[in-house]
Ligand binder design. Structure first.
Ligand code: PLP
Length: 403
């Protein structure tokens, strides 16, 4: 993916390029004519990524968590342009696979600005990240620590601790993380193996409703860090507070600055020499993504209109399945009485239904449907099932010269 260039034609004037052959500039929320023009130019389905929004989200979180180094977690949206945009903002990066290493390498990110936080790794995963120059990894059990014996001179490890947030939409502490009580024992194992553990990490789960689990986890980790340093078993000076920061999928939400207020208070009680980092993914990526799909077929079943789209739950709407998200969906056409309708995806599978009982005006084949807040965990988990091409990811408002 490179900087978008625009060649003008009369039907595409709505795109308002910043300059002839310059990057596409769109003013959010995108106008109907702009989205139609994008489809004429780039085809359908599309996942339009607004880089202005990426920047705004990064800046909002950075200002809500002053002094915390934000490592963008690539997994929700591993897009080269997004990484380049965030690099220009001074962002750090969080990787979990060799593919993600390739993206940051291609973006020209320095390896010392990256950490690798997958708790379970193959030796080849570790080597791949090491070859790039990453030095900080995560482990949550003795086996995993053992994988660093041969690399111990070249890396340091954060121990991931489990803190389960009952209100997280995606629970990440069931599968990963040791119990807080196991930390002293694992530090002893690491000391025996001569593996340098420099801190603790946690991830309270994705899309958490309240900051209370962060606060509890920060307090518990503060105590564990103090005890470890006092006992002399390790010298811990990093706390990674993970991702999980929530976005609004339609319902009213606390502004991020208010959400983070108790987190800031908890962090301020940590010893001053502890460097705090975070791994936000969804918060930065989700609001930037607008899915644009086209009605490719229609039917009426038991009096209910069905509209078949060129994108579905095997594609961009995979976030509904894997991420349990309910995206705000609407038609670009707004004339006519809205009645309960069904939106279905393009595959031959009957599970491929995007929305039922959605209030829509009468639609024609060729009309566009848009899904908002779809930047995270949507195109990233799309498949090619039925060999149906997934949506093209289209970064707009790139504005900076990123090559
Ligand atoms: C290790 C790790 N870090 C960061 C993230 C990003 O979390 P979120 O998108 O909730 O901010 C995830 C998500 O799965 C993760 O597993």
């Amino acid at each position: 993916m490179s900087t978008l260039t625009v060649t003008k034609s009369s039907s595409e004037d709505a795109l308002a390029p910043a300059a002839a052959n310059g990057p596409v500039r769109l003013k959010a929320p995108f106008a109907r004519s702009e989205l139609e023009a994008l489809v004429i130019r780039y085809g359908s389905p599309l996942m339009v990524i607004d880089c202005d929004q990426v920047r705004a989200q990064y800046r909002a979180l950075a200002s809500a968590l002053p002094g915390v180094d934000l490592h963008y977690a690539l997994k929700p949206l591993p897009e080269l342009t997004v990484v380049k945009v965030l690099k220009t903002e001074g962002c750090f990066f969080d990787l979990a696979s060799g593919g993600e290493v390739d993206v940051v390498r291609a973006a020209g990110v320095l390896p010392e600005r990256c950490i690798h936080t997958h708790p379970i790794k193959r030796d080849s995963d570790i080597r791949e990240a090491l070859r790039f120059g990453v030095r900080t990894f995560v482990a949550d059990n003795a086996d995993e620590l053992g994988k660093f014996i041969r690399h111990r001179k070249r890396c340091e490890v954060l121990l991931r601790v489990a803190f389960r947030a009952p209100d997280a939409i995606v629970d990440l502490s069931r599968k990963f993380g040791c119990q807080p009580e196991s930390v002293p024992e694992l530090l002893a194992v690491a000391a025996r193996l001569e593996i340098k553990v420099t801190g603790l990490s946690f991830h309270v789960g994705s899309q958490v409703a309240s900051p209370s689990t962060y606060v509890d986890a920060i307090k518990a980790c503060g105590r564990l860090i103090k005890e470890a340093n006092e006992s002399g078993i390790a010298k811990l000076h990093v706390l990674d507070i993970g991702g999980g920061f929530p976005v609004s999928y339609g319902a009213a939400m606390q502004p991020i600055n208010d959400f983070c207020a108790p987190i800031r208070a908890a962090l301020s009680a940590l010893p001053p020499d502890v460097r705090v980092i975070a791994e936000p993914g969804r918060f930065i990526a989700a609001p930037a993504g607008t899915c644009v799909a086209t009605v490719i077929g229609r039917a009426v079943k038991n009096g209910v209109p069905w509209y078949y789209l060129d994108d579905g739950v095997y594609g961009s709407f995979s976030g509904q399945m894997f991420d349990h998200a309910n995206f705000p969906i609407d038609s670009l056409r707004s004339d006519g009485e809205r009645i309960p309708s069904v939106l279905a995806g393009p595959t031959c599978d009957s599970i491929d239904i995007v929305a039922e009982n959605v209030l829509l005006p009468p639609l024609e084949i060729g009309d566009l449907i848009i899904g908002r807040v779809m930047g995270a965990y949507c195109s990233a988990s799309a498949t090619d099932f039925n060999f149906i091409r997934r949506a093209r990811v289209l970064p707009v408002n790139v504005t900076v010269e990123i090559g």
